[in-house]
Write a protein that binds this ligand. Structure first.
Ligand code: SF4
Ligand code: SF4
Length: 61
């Protein structure tokens, strides 16, 4: 399971990238993407990436 970024809503602010404990988030083109194989959904805790996203565009894939 992994979280996914809605590319249409991502403003590329970069806030999520530094919150991820697994370095699963990186910039790709004009937006940020989550590498599904690296995302653990924060192991059952509230996903740190979606907690800081000002555009509320990170949700479960
Ligand atoms: S849910 Fe957690 S592990 Fe997955 S991308 Fe977000 S911060 Fe990283
Ligand atoms: S925090 Fe949200 S808006 Fe900012 S780069 Fe990440 S997904 Fe995009």
């Amino acid at each position: 399971m992994a979280m996914k970024i809605d590319a249409g809503s991502c403003s590329a602010c970069g806030a999520c990238e530094f919150e991820c404990p697994n370095a699963a988030i990186s910039m790709k083109g004009d937006v940020y993407v989550i590498k599904a194989s690296a995302c653990t959904e924060c192991d059952g805790d509230d996903p740190k990436c979606s907690a800081v996203c000002p555009s509320d565009c990170i949700s479960k894939a």
